[in-house]
Write a protein that binds this ligand. Structure first.
Ligand SMILES: Nc1nc2c(ncn2[C@@H]2O[C@H](COP(=O)(O)OP(=O)(O)OP(=O)(O)O)[C@@H](O)[C@H]2O)c(=O)[nH]1
Ligand SMILES: [Mg+2]
Length: 395
């Protein structure tokens, strides 16, 4: 009787890649004597292409291929896939790979051999000798940065690769991990480092094996790098705090604060634009501070509107169109603009024009007038835009 390794392939609109990936994964059997490879494709219910139809057709011809559908999110698909395999396929090893052809499938052979050597959890790694990451510079930087952050903040320090999917483990250790604590229903890719962390906490004996990773064959990326980075940072800090005995659910809190954090980043960008124009109007046009603030604030309002619309609140369903939203945003920002102009006017009336000597440098009072407006205006803007401009509306 052959032993079984079941390989989970999560798919979300992968019609252009899945057939080729499947073929290449199944081909690995020739380098795994004594093993049968079963493949479970877990297709996201949001897939709108022909991924599932292609699999259905292939599975009729090959009984090693299974298809299940899952709720949205990479974590849901991976966990549902492993649960399905455990319940129906009697696997000796559970494994997972990407379905878009990025992972060189020969890693499967090394993953299986690692388990055969007696490890519970084997991680495909681009960052060890023999591994390679052939992605763009920005993606390589993300991998390196998140690896460094995960190692130093979350641990363990002797693991190098935390954010990829190619892994294998025993069904025994899978049963031991705490699924209630694992954020597997999240829609970002946080499942990758979080699953690794839970494996370690479950006491897995682990090792890394080389993995070669290249650009996807076809189709488009579902990786939202900002969201992923944000989650990795808050998740790792959360784990660190718990290791120190501080029981704060930082990860959950940070998820709720995500919109506010994005809004604040846009606010910071807008403030820079605002300040630059404020100084230009004062220094080059000779406008008084309050007038300069009026003009620079309007420029910043337009800047912030577009950043918020296409980033912070991108996924909010609203009943208003772009121009209506711009109108509302301008109208509510007018409140912030009036607050800012009044603050500058008031401070200017009280303190007038002058300079402060700060460590030998002369700083104009008008700089301080500007900075005094930031926090009151931010509070006003977030509250109003959260509840009015991008208010979530059900259909
Ligand atoms: N079922 C399911 N699969 C997903 C989801 N998000 C991503 N996937 C699959 O998980 C794998 C990795 O996702 P990718 O979009 O390729 O992410 P990535 O490899 O970091 O990004 P690229 O380098 O641009 O490909 C692919 O096989 C996707 O089809 C999801 O929400 N549900
Ligand atoms: Mg990919």
């Amino acid at each position: 009787m052959k032993k079984i390794v079941s390989v989970i392939l999560p798919t979300f609109n992968e019609e252009a890649n899945i057939e080729k990936t499947l073929k290449r994964v199944l081909e690995q059997e020739k380098d795994l004597p004594g093993w049968q490879i079963d493949v479970v494709i877990v297709d996201d219910i949001r897939s709108s292409d022909n991924t599932d139809k292609i699999i259905q057709k292939l599975s009729r011809k090959d009984n090693r291929i299974y298809l299940i559908k899952a709720e949205p999110g990479l974590g849901v698909s991976l966990i549902e896939g492993h649960k399905f395999a455990t319940a129906h396929l009697h696997p000796d090893i559970l494994a997972q790979l990407d379905a878009d052809g990025q992972v060189e499938p020969d890693v499967l052979v090394r993953l299986v051999k690692g388990i055969e050597e007696g490890f519970d959890f084997v991680i495909g790694s681009r960052l060890i000798s023999g591994g390679r990451n052939k992605l763009s510079l920005s993606r390589r930087l993300f991998t390196l940065g998140s690896s460094l952050f995960c190692r130093l903040v979350m641990g363990p320090t002797n693991i190098k690769e935390f954010t990829n999917s190619a892994r294998a483990f025993t069904p025994k250790i899978f049963k031991k991990i705490n699924l209630d604590r694992l954020p597997w229903r999240e829609k970002t890719f946080i499942i990758q480092p979080a699953f690794l962390n839970e494996m370690i906490l479950a006491g897995a004996k682990y090792k890394e094996v080389p993995l070669i990773f290249k650009n996807r064959l076809e189709g488009y990326s579902k990786n939202k790098v900002f969201n992923y980075t944000y989650d990795v940072i808050s998740y790792c800090l959360d784990v660190r705090l718990h290791k120190w005995g501080v029981n704060i659910s930082l990860y959950k809190l940070s998820r709720r604060a995500k919109t506010l954090v994005k809004f604040s980043l846009v606010g910071a960008a807008g403030t820079t634009v605002d300040f630059l124009f404020y100084k230009i109007f004062i220094n080059y046009f000779g406008f008084p501070p309050a007038t300069s603030k009026g003009f620079s604030a309007e420029i910043a309002i337009i800047n912030n509107f577009f950043l918020n619309n296409f980033w912070t609140f991108r996924y909010r369903k609203t009943k208003t169109n772009l121009w209506q939203k711009l109108g509302i945003f301008n109208l509510v920002s007018l409140g912030g603009l009036i607050i800012a102009v009044l603050i500058v006017k008031l401070l200017h009336n009280i303190y007038g024009d002058g300079f402060i000597n700060l460590f030998g440098k002369l700083i104009a009072y008008n700089n301080f007038y500007f900075f005094a407006t930031i926090i009151p205006v931010m509070i006003w803007n977030f509250t109003i835009n959260h509840f009015i401009t991008w208010r979530h509306q059900e259909d």
